[in-house]
Design a protein around this ligand. Structure first.
Ligand code: ARG
Length: 462
């Protein structure tokens, strides 16, 4: 018989070309368990409304249980002829229960409210999975910071040496955005905990069904939607999810880019573990940071998923339009990509070795303590404008002689400015420069220890 849910008014079946275009079962099949859960909840409200007897409800639930088991073990799958997951599962139910009982379940629901509900359920589950994977990466980064509490490195702006910072401070600067991403996922989940089931095609149902009961049954803590048109037509929850996953990708790409640079011969700040790097098929000596490069590359793909989705939504009139079938593949892909990327990325970060000597050797290079000279002068009562100029003169003098700031003699200092007494040397060392930045959020070991404790406390509640 005709598997289509809408065949009656049509004299002819769909053209082959239309069937091929229309089919979504090859990508929406992953929603099958959610579709069956929705069907169980729907059967219960049909029963409550007097549209299924107790006995019919029992047999219906048993049929759905059997169908679920057959889907799980692969003995029942959708085919291209089914068009979508909803149609395929209806066929499966009819095959198991016969048309009289199986045909009763569709009353009062539409694929439009079904898909909007199932999609939320799927993304909420994956928000939790991705949130867990992000937490594991945060743990690895916190471990890296904790294992190197006193390593100094050159802090950079414009990729130029700026001021020395604690390596742990730099690593925690990558943890902070991930904490906000995790928070974004939790807040998104709370916003998305509203069920569209019961909205029907767009206008709600005349059958006296209880959307709030379905919502509770399906785990939507905030009940059912206030507006059936909005429930079936809105996809801002998808766009927001795509943004959060793209942002996670972007944050990973910023770590990745640094790993790639730090792993070069020129930098030699880190060594990647063999298990988390790759070789070359022609150059025997090569050890490549492929995980970091894939993270950098995939972030572009995640941004593409977001922008493609937003372009699909733009100017779409209410209510449901078939355009909305294009909403799923991009975010399914975003989930898939992050779920393979994050574990590998975490492994890379958890196993890399830090070249402490190299980082510390470069920490004071490039006149990165010039600011400390200026700030020391300010403490002697010199206006900062003058202090900045004097420190600049010191740099110029060093460049002229090809030396670093701490190699200037007392005479050279005195010649540059009468304020530059030999005591200025007290700030020309990295440990002193770091320790002096001890205000909240600063790079002093004492301030970084406070930050680390806060991050760990936050992670424990995440
Ligand atoms: N496969 C469709 C989607 O993904 C489900 C809803 C179809 N509704 C319809 N009236 N054709 O959006």
């Amino acid at each position: 018989s005709d598997v289509r849910l809408w065949g009656a008014r049509f004299a002819d079946g769909p053209a082959e070309a239309l069937a091929k275009l229309s089919a979504s079962v090859h990508f929406d099949w992953r929603l099958a368990p959610y579709d069956i859960a929705g069907s169980r909840a729907h059967a219960r409200v049909l029963n409550k409304a007097g549209l299924l007897t107790e006995d019919e409800l029992k047999r219906m639930i048993a049929g759905l249980d059997r169908l679920e088991a057959d889907v799980a073990d692969g003995s029942f799958t959708g085919t291209i002829a089914d068009e979508d997951v909803h149609t395929a599962l209806e066929r499966g139910l009819l095959e198991r229960l016969g048309p009289d009982l199986g045909g009763k379940l569709r009353a009062g629901r539409s694929r439009n409210d079904q898909i909007a509900t199932l999609f939320r359920m799927y993304l909420r589950d994956h928000a939790r999975i991705i949130g867990g994977l992000v937490a594991e990466l945060q743990d690895a980064l916190v471990g890296l910071a904790e294992a190197h509490p006193d390593v100094a490195m050159p802090g950079r702006t414009h990729l130029q040496h700026a001021q020395p910072v604690l390596f742990a401070h730099h690593v925690l600067a990558h943890v902070q955005p991930l904490s906000r991403d995790a928070e974004r996922l939790r807040q998104w989940d709370e916003r998305t905990a509203v069920s569209p089931y019961g909205s029907g095609a767009l206008a709600g149902s005349s059958l006296g069904l209880d959307p709030e009961a379905v919502a509770a049954d399906l785990g939507f803590e905030r009940g059912s939607v206030a507006n059936s048109i909005d429930g079936t037509a809105s996809r801002d929850f998808v766009a927001e999810f795509a943004f959060i996953t793209a942002m996670i990708g972007i944050n990973l790409s910023r770590i990745a880019e640094e790993i790639i640079i730090w792993n070069t011969k020129e930098f030699s700040f880190v060594t990647l573990h063999d298990a988390f790097s790759t070789g070359s098929s022609i150059m025997p000596q090569k050890k490549n940071p492929d995980i970091a490069e894939l993270a950098r590359g995939k972030s572009g793909r995640l941004i593409g998923n977001l922008t493609g989705l937003m372009a699909t939504l733009k100017a779409l009139p209410l209510a449901y339009n078939r355009d909305l079938q294009e909403d799923k593949e991009p975010v399914f892909d975003s989930c898939d990509q992050l779920e393979v990327l994050l574990p590998a990325f975490t492994g890379m970060m958890a196993t890399l070795t830090v070249n402490r000597e190299r980082m510390e050797e470069l920490a004071p290079a490039g006149f990165s303590l010039a600011t400390d000279i200026a700030e020391w002068l300010v403490k002697q009562g010199v206006p900062f404008r003058v202090a900045h100029e004097v420190a600049g003169e010191c740099v110029k003098e060093c460049e002229r002689h090809g030396i670093e700031l701490d190699e200037l003699t007392d005479e050279q200092f005195a010649k540059i400015s009468e304020h530059l007494t030999p005591e200025v040397r007290s700030v020309l060392d990295v440990a002193g420069a770091l320790a002096s930045r001890d205000g909240r959020g600063g790079t002093a070991p004492s301030a970084v220890a406070v930050q680390l404790a806060e991050v760990k406390a936050d992670l424990a509640t995440q």
